[in-house]
Design a protein around this ligand. Structure first.
Ligand code: HEM
Length: 253
C-alpha cells in the first residue's frame, strides 16, 4: 500500500490543470503529516475545523452580498443569498458528525496538543456573529424604504409576499446558527461530558446560554405579538392570515 493521500514539499510538483487550479498540494499540506499526529483521527479533527472555516468563508460572502442587495432594495436576491448562507450553516452542523466518531481517549490525546487553542477564537464564527447585526440594519433600511413594518408584513402577507419570503429566509439563518451551536453542544457533551471544565475554564452551561442567542430578535417577537392579539376562534382572512382585533395597537413590530 502506498503512502496516505497527502502532500509534502518533497513530492513532485502538480502536473494536472485540476491540481494547479485547486491548489491541491497547498491544500493537502495544511494538515499534519501522519507521523506528527497524536492519533490518526487528528487528521479528521484538523480537516473538519478547516472545512468549517471554508464553509463560514462562503457563508460570510453570502451575508455580505445580502447586505448589498438589501441596501439596493432587492428583497428576492437578498433572500436567495440568505438561503445559501443557511444551507452552508446546515452543512457545518452536519459535518460535526464526523467528529462524533472520536472516542474520549482519542480527543484527550489531540487536546493535549492544542495548547490554549479554542473554538471561541474561530475567526469565521466571530465574523459571522458580527455580521448578523449588519444584516439586520440592511433589513430595517429596506423596510423603511418600503414604508412597512414587520407586523404588517406578517398580517398582510398577500400584499408583501417578497418581504415575507425575506423575513423567513432571515429567521432560517438565525435558526440554522442556533442549530449549529446546539449540535456543537451535543458533540462537546458526547466527547468530554457535561461537567468537564473546558480549556478556557468555560463550562458547557455557558455554551448553552449563548446557544439561545437570537440575532434577529424582532422576527421572533413578532410571532408572540401575533398570538397575543389573535382572538381564538377568529376567522382567517382571504390570504390565510388571522384576522386581528382592530384595536390591537401592535406598535412598531
Ligand atoms: C472534538 C470536537 C470538539 C470539541 C470537544 C469542542 C469543544 C469545545 C468547548 C469545550 C468549547 C467551549 C470553549 C472552550 O473551552 O474552548 C468550544 C467552543 C467552541 N467551539 Fe468547539 N469543540 C469541538 C469541535 C468544534 C468544531 C469542529 C468547531 C467548528 C467551527 C467548533 C467551534 C467552536 C466555537 C465557534 C466555539 C465557541 C462557541 C460559542 O461561543 O457559542 N468546535 N468547543
Amino acid at each position: 500500500m502506498g503512502p496516505p493521500y497527502g502532500f509534502s514539499m518533497t513530492d513532485t510538483p502538480p502536473t494536472t490543470e485540476y491540481e494547479r487550479y485547486l491548489r491541491i498540494p497547498e491544500l493537502l499540506s495544511l494538515q499534519k503529516p501522519a507521523e506528527d499526529r497524536a492519533v490518526p483521527e487528528e487528521l479528521h479533527f484538523q480537516a473538519v475545523h478547516q472545512s468549517e472555516e471554508l464553509l463560514m468563508k462562503m457563508a460570510l460572502g453570502d451575508m455580505d452580498s445580502t447586505i448589498g442587495y438589501l441596501l439596493a432594495g432587492n428583497a428576492l436576491r437578498a433572500a436567495h443569498c440568505l438561503r445559501r448562507a443557511t444551507f452552508l450553516v446546515d452543512l457545518m452542523s452536519r459535518q460535526l458528525g464526523v467528529l462524533e466518531f472520536l472516542s474520549p481517549h482519542e480527543y484527550y490525546a489531540i487536546r493535549a496538543r492544542l495548547g490554549r487553542g479554542s473554538g471561541q477564537e474561530s475567526p469565521g464564527f466571530n465574523r459571522m456573529m458580527a455580521m448578523f447585526p449588519k444584516v439586520w440594519v440592511g433589513f430595517e433600511a429596506l423596510l423603511n424604504t418600503r414604508g412597512v413594518d414587520l407586523r404588517t408584513v406578517y398580517d398582510q402577507r398577500a400584499q408583501h409576499e417578497e418581504l415575507y419570503a425575506l423575513c423567513e429566509a432571515m429567521i432560517d439563518l438565525d435558526e440554522g446558527f442556533q442549530s449549529f451551536r446546539g449540535r456543537h453542544i451535543l458533540l462537546v457533551k458526547r466527547i468530554i461530558g457535561t461537567g468537564t471544565p473546558s480549556l478556557k475554564g468555560k463550562p458547557t452551561e455557558l455554551l448553552e446560554r449563548s446557544q439561545r442567542t437570537q440575532f434577529f430578535e424582532p422576527l421572533w417577537r413578532v410571532r408572540e405579538a401575533i398570538f397575543d392579539t389573535f382572538t381564538p376562534g377568529a376567522p382567517l382572512g382571504a390570504d390565510g392570515c388571522p384576522v386581528h382585533r382592530a384595536d390591537d395597537g401592535h406598535g412598531s413590530y
